[in-house]
Ligand binder design. Sequence first.
Ligand code: NAP
Length: 270
Amino acid sequence: MRIAIIHNHNKKSVAVAQELRALCLKNRLTLEEKNPDLVITVGGDGTLLSAFHRYAHLLDQVRFVGVHTGHLGFYTDWRDFELEELVESLVKDQGESVSYPLLDVKVSYQDQVEEAHFFALNESTLKRIDGTMVCDVYIKDEWFERFRGDGMCVSTPTGSTAYNKSVGGAVIHPRLEAIQLTEIASINNRVFRTLSSPMIVAPNEWIQLRPASEDGFILTIDQLTSSEKNIIAINYRIAKERIHFARYRHTHFWSRVEDAFIGAKHSHEI
Ligand code: NAP
């Protein structure tokens, strides 16, 4: 097994990554950053997102493991004081894994023959910052509504606890194959109308956004942001590819949600 260790630059993560590297070498595990089959991230969910994009071209061969140096995350199962136990699991590894859906994003432009293609682990948003974003929404190629507001967010089940949740989307169990469309500050009055509810579409359905003007758009794919112009359409669907995590232990999804957003179990308030 070839292992890459990726960390963020916070002091604690650097120290934990160093300790993990030493433990791996002591146990004769191979460290290899270019072509790994296991990627261990040390930091938070944001660190795992960065590693996902770094190794997105190796999705069919790579499994991920997250060590958190802050709070329990949605992509991080191990705590920084459990490194010995983690390395023991690596030594005994038998390819255990669990996989989750990804968002497939294809962008077509007026002045380009080829579409741009991305995978998102959390979400992709289309926004306009200097004025109202106007775009048409299609579901399975059928016109659904004309949106006016700040923007739109399309998220994966594992991304449902991230930006999606902040804009009023539902938290979705990651075993469900579904993508969710949420509005960001839509204009709703007697003249302009949108659904005004998050929409969860079925696995065989796709969402298309068609901007009504040429420039001033911001497209995000997880933590990556770009200014866009001349977009004809953005197509969102569940990707054929999935992200695989090495699963040496299981944290119940709803326990994670409780821990992240309520925290009453730890503070003994119930
Ligand atoms: P960041 O702005 O440094 O961090 C955003 C926060 O989102 C961090 O606390 C991060 O957790 C958390 N997070 C990331 N993925 C999550 C998930 N699947 N479920 C719950 N929380 C999650 O940006 P970043 O670390 O590079 O991460 C980019 C992500 O931040 C985007 O994909 C977007 O979902 C999210 N974001 C959210 C908002 C918002 O809620 N208003 C605004 C901007 C971006 P860690 O501390 O463990 O890294």
